[in-house]
Design a protein around this ligand. Sequence first.
Ligand code: SF4
Ligand code: SF4
Length: 191
Amino acid sequence: MALAEETAIDLGAMTQATAALDEIRAMVRPCIQCGTCTGSCPNEFAMDLTPRHMWRLVLLGRTEEVLASRTFSLCSACYLCSLRCPRGLPLTEAMGRLKQLAARRRLPHLRSGNLFYRNFIASVRRHGRVREMEFMSLYFAQMMNPWLPLRYAGMGMRLLRRGKVELRLPSRGSGRLVNLFDKVAEMESRS
Ligand code: SF4
Ligand code: SF4
């Protein structure tokens, strides 16, 4: 691909990201930087930016810095910050919007989490529930890191011994939830 073409695509993606970030900025505009969200967040210890700091960067329109962060990808949607924010801001929804934005842009530093999530959801879509061994096998294959399964081997063996996961061959599944998933995708594409 020609350099000019690549640059045009990058600029286009960045313009889209900036527009999406504008919508998120509107959601957190009344933020008074009190830090209650940071103090409430159970995952803050693992985040590179505190939630308060990240909302500040969103308000300043610093798209690159926001998307370079892992903070929103570590949000477990517990809603504590939303419940406690003195301005009543929809912070969990705003975190979700940042996750969607990052997933669409397929950011390299969030690739592992995105692949994990996509394979998890694909398994639920196929079978109506998650099949752990199947979805982890597909995740490992897509990560293309031969050492990765070793990291999970101990936990996998313990879960197998306790009957928490079962070994089954991959299959197409019952597809009982396919219509539901398609409906949600259609609704999301309209919003
Ligand atoms: S709790 Fe609400 S007002 Fe306070 S810093 Fe967080 S987002 Fe801003
Ligand atoms: S919803 Fe997300 S950001 Fe808010 S407190 Fe929970 S984990 Fe933290």
